[in-house]
Ligand binder design. Sequence first.
Ligand SMILES: [Zn+2]
Length: 360
Amino acid sequence: MLGWVLFSEKDLFLRFTMSAVGSVEKTPYALGGALTDFTAVSPQISEKLFLILRKKFVTDVSTRIDTPTMGAYVPFLRKALETNPYLFIYLKFYAECLILSCSDKEKLQSVLREFLSEEIADEFLPSMLLTNDADQTAEWLATVIGKDMEFRRSRTKSHIDDIVSPDSSLAKYTPAQRLYILKCESGSGLGGSFKMQISSEFDFDRNANLGTVKASLIDNPCTVMPEFEINSPDDLIALELLYTVKGELPIKKCRLCGEYFVPSGRSDSEYCSRISLGENKRCAQIGAMRTFKGKYAENPIYAEYNRAYKRNHSRLRNGKLYDEEFRDWSAAARKARDEFIAENKTVEQFRLRLTELEIE
Ligand SMILES: [Zn+2]
């Protein structure tokens, strides 16, 4: 089992055990945001993350006599956990497989069979190659687990396409109906069945006694939520899709990078808040600049204002206008420009206004 997932209205909480000692941890993510972020992870980024673990493992094996343990990977995994639950699940699984390749190689095949999607397992497991060379093993595992992640990532993206796109062949159905139809298709990964229990956000400590819980509930607003056991990444994908669609959260396609996102603030935002590969600004920042420039630069009123500005600025330089006159004029002209653009007035109307403002 990978862990449990709880759903409140706008968040999901992932609960899982982090290391062999069995500490239970709970982390909140924006509902829909976690899944769409996963579909936007570029293969280059995930390859890099797998490589970090692989290098660490090879170094650990070559410098240590005893078998590496999960504890060594916890700091790295915690960072992944802050970023995205799906990335975290994959990286944690990779780390577990690396350790298993030292401690219990026999078990590895069945563990992989249980986690991987059928398509990837059938393709790679028959030719599973585990030697005593740590780097070779780590490389093979990274390839297979990485392929599985890419497979599920792109399958989920096409599910979201089918659910939200107006061009989808399922366009005549509601998003929730579309999800149901997709679920019924074989190989969708959405057909899991789930063990569910009634839970609350205060309920993550399995050992807390009822008296303590009841006492803490009096002063705390508490959400009672369904909690599901998840046994594979598909379980989490299916459940997050269901709750996002049922909660009618907007799933939008970023106008810049083309990836899906669920707006965390204004629901009419058209750009995601991720930093695309090769960029150093967020899509939303680049988008805001483009909208501004686009809106203005394409408007003939803007060009007309620029011409008038240049003309009066040269009058100022030639001593034909006083500083104050120019300052007042440009403030008034700028105000008129923005108003006329906002009110969709014509360039002719703006020209008339400029004539009125002109200083003799
Ligand atoms: Zn974007």
